[in-house]
Design a protein around this ligand. Structure first.
Ligand code: C5P
Length: 230
């Protein structure tokens, strides 16, 4: 039986990919399936949490039982939703694949073909939502007790790369927990299974056995539970 240890905890989870518009019909997107975020949402709801998923593009059909789902399109909408909802949350989990860049201009009308060939797409940097949430907590804009969890998709092998990059990212982002996914060679993106490490700001490091995203979700939630105030 699942533990009912998250009863009443308010957990906000971002999932899926962002779509950065170019014109009314086109966008820049990514291959995130939303599977890990939705697996977290289902597992947290089963353990008694009040769960809101802020979802971008996903391969998920329908909405999990007992979970509120809010839909967003691009990174700035996601930033607004997460910042607003973090104020009333006990934990915030950034499982979404957020576009680092977006087109500088969004055409009001569909971009036309012309004889000069395509115009270059100029990009600008999106806000780092995870970093922003940590800064909001530092400034007091969101409560100091909110547990903040980030994800990192890193390439490399077990001898180096993945873990070192993860440790560096944990420090740079300032979140409480970083879920490090080993990616590349067909690992993690859009797959059923996942592997990696859980790195905590308190120095705890747990290696995650290769397994389903559901299993990964339950390990992540064990750590989130341990960080929640009694
Ligand atoms: O820096 P990197 O993209 O590898 O960090 C990944 C983590 O940061 C994920 O938790 C992702 O949801 C979050 N992120 C974000 N805003 C961005 C880019 C990534 O919150 N613009």
């Amino acid at each position: 039986a699942l533990p009912y240890d998250l009863a009443g905890a308010r957990i906000v989870i971002s999932a899926g990919g962002t779509r950065e518009p170019l014109d009314p019909v086109r966008y820049l997107g990514n291959r995130s399936s939303g599977k890990q975020g939705f697996a977290l949402a289902r597992a947290a709801a089963q353990r008694g949490a009040h769960v809101t998923v802020v979802a971008g593009s996903t391969n998920e059909a329908g909405e999990p039982a007992g979970v509120d789902v809010v839909h967003i399109e691009d990174a700035r909408e996601l930033a607004d939703e997460m910042t607003k909802r973090a104020a009333d949350a006990d934990a915030v989990i950034m499982a979404a694949a957020v576009a680092d860049f977006r087109p500088i201009t969004v055409n009001d009308t569909k971009i036309k073909k012309n004889d000069d060939g395509p115009a270059p797409i100029e990009l600008t940097t999106n806000p780092d939502i995870l970093r922003g949430l940590v800064q909001s907590r530092e400034s007091g804009a969101i409560p100091s007790e909110v547990v903040i969890v980030g994800f990192a998709a890193e390439t490399g092998d077990e001898h180096g790369g993945v873990l070192d990059h993860g440790r560096e990212k944990l420090r740079r982002k300032g979140c409480d927990l970083l879920v490090v996914n080993a990616v590349g060679d067909g690992k993690a993106f859009g797959t059923e299974d996942n592997t990696g490490w859980l790195l905590a700001a308190n120095g705890n490091e747990t290696s995650l056995p290769y397994g389903s995203k559901t299993l990964m979700a339950s390990r992540i939630l064990d750590e989130v539970h341990a960080l929640l105030p009694d």
